[in-house]
Design a protein around this ligand. Structure first.
Ligand code: ADE
Length: 225
């Protein structure tokens, strides 16, 4: 899978993709992440990427020209399954969307900045708009990193233990049950007996019960039974 991220602050995206699971995914050739500086595509003599809002109002608007030039260049090289605009007024990002996006080949993530992009970019190029939560970030970069991370970790072969993405919270509309490691007792707090029992059927039952209990308590909205 290939993810192209378009931004006016590429430095913000240097870190997230050069560590741990995401770096491993790149090293294994399972995911490619390319960061593009929108400013490099500006034909303006000062390399401007934004302009004043028509009709007045506070805040600059990201101009059409450099964004269109960048997207068109990428589109001339390969076909994109989705061109996604990161914006607080997009669809709320959930595990189901991550699962869906992990099955496509090429994605562009466009990061908004300032007040956002000229509406015509959305009309002409964007196939999907995603928000990572009901709050406003200073730009779409951190949101794009969140989306890319959640997709890449689902690609077959990225996680060491193939089953571990399947037992994540939110897969099956359940949160994960509590987990423990050694020691078996810490400051009087004991690991539940059943987890030490070696009885896999009982352990599985316990985990299912706890996942259900936790979901009912914390996120009853995602329970579908
Ligand atoms: N850009 C600014 N805020 C955002 C959010 N909550 N989700 C996605 N992109 C954003």
């Amino acid at each position: 899978m290939r993810i192209d991220i378009l931004t006016v602050v590429p430095d913000l995206l240097e870190g997230p993709f050069s560590h741990s699971i995401l770096q491993r995914a790149k090293d294994k050739g399972l995911a490619e992440v390319h960061i593009h500086n929108i400013r490099d595509y500006s034909t303006d003599k000062h390399k401007n990427v934004d302009d004043y809002q028509y009709g007045g109002g506070a805040g600059m608007v990201m101009s059409i020209q450099p964004i269109a030039a960048c997207i068109e260049e990428l589109q001339s090289q390969r076909e994109y399954d989705e061109i996604i605009y990161m914006t607080p007024d997009g669809e709320l990002f959930e595990q189901a969307a991550a699962n869906q996006l992990s099955r496509v080949k090429n994605i562009i993530l466009l990061c908004g900045h300032y007040k956002g992009v000229d509406e015509r970019i959305r009309e002409l190029f964007i196939t999907r708009e995603i928000s990572i939560g009901s709050y406003v970030l200073s730009g779409g970069e951190l949101a794009a990193a969140v989306v890319a991370d959640s997709i890449i970790r689902l690609l077959p072969g990225v996680l060491n233990d193939e089953t571990s993405a399947l037992t994540d919270s939110f897969q099956d509309n359940l949160l994960s049950p509590p987990i423990y490691t050694r020691p078996a007792e810490y400051k009087g707090l004991k690991v539940p007996e059943v987890l030490l029992s070696g009885n896999f059927k009982k352990i599985e039952e316990y985990r299912e019960q706890e996942a259900y209990r936790r979901t009912k308590e914390r996120r009853p909205d995602i329970l579908d039974f």
